[in-house]
Design a protein around this ligand. Structure first.
Ligand code: HEC
Ligand code: HEC
Length: 111
């Protein structure tokens, strides 16, 4: 009886982002496997229905932010102490709370 030895070489990728986009759950794409908040789900649902911002959604789904459940709302709804120019400048989005410019003040989700 023949004994077959299979040797698998695991080649480490140079960048963690490469590893991430190659991980099966995310590479198969499309984020059906990405956990997301109800809020993020709504952002994506409407944008997909209208056929807009597909690249932004795809990039998010493949990002470390998605893995860590940092949804769209964590960045695009301005923090209360965000710069006035951001808080007061409405975006074109149908959700009136949304801002296209993102404030560094929103980064408190990290703490
Ligand atoms: C970690 C923060 C962060 C998260 C999470 C995030 N965004 Fe963004 N997004 C940004 C920043 C920063 C910009 C660039 C803003 C600027 O031009 O000043 C941006 C730009 C955009 C733009 C305009 C640029 C373009 O490609 O047309 C859209 C649309 C957008 N985001 C949608 C989304 C959606 C939808 C989600 C969730 C699926 C999301 N973003 C999640 C930070 C974020
Ligand atoms: C009911 C539909 C709907 C929902 C819900 C929605 N959007 Fe939008 N959003 C739009 C449409 C339509 C546009 C494009 C407007 C245009 O360019 O004329 C847009 C544009 C944007 C832009 C670009 C704005 C600009 O001025 O360039 C961002 C960023 C964005 N949406 C983020 C979000 C985020 C984050 C959420 C969830 C918190 C969200 N959207 C929920 C419909 C929606």
């Amino acid at each position: 009886m023949a004994l077959v030895v299979v040797v698998v070489f695991v080649i480490p990728s140079r960048h963690s982002t490469t590893a991430l986009s190659e991980s099966p759950s995310l590479a198969q794409g499309a984020g059906d496997t990405v956990k997301m908040s109800a809020e993020t789900r709504q952002c994506i649902a409407c944008h997909q229905e209208k056929g807009i911002t597909a690249a932004a959604i795809r990039d998010w789904k493949r990002s470390t932010h998605a893995v860590n459940e940092v949804g769209c709302e964590k960045c695009h709804l301005p923090a209360a102490d965000a710069a006035e120019v951001i808080r007061k400048t409405a975006s074109a989005c149908k959700d009136p709370r949304v801002r296209s410019k993102v404030s560094a003040r929103n980064c408190t989700f990290l703490s």
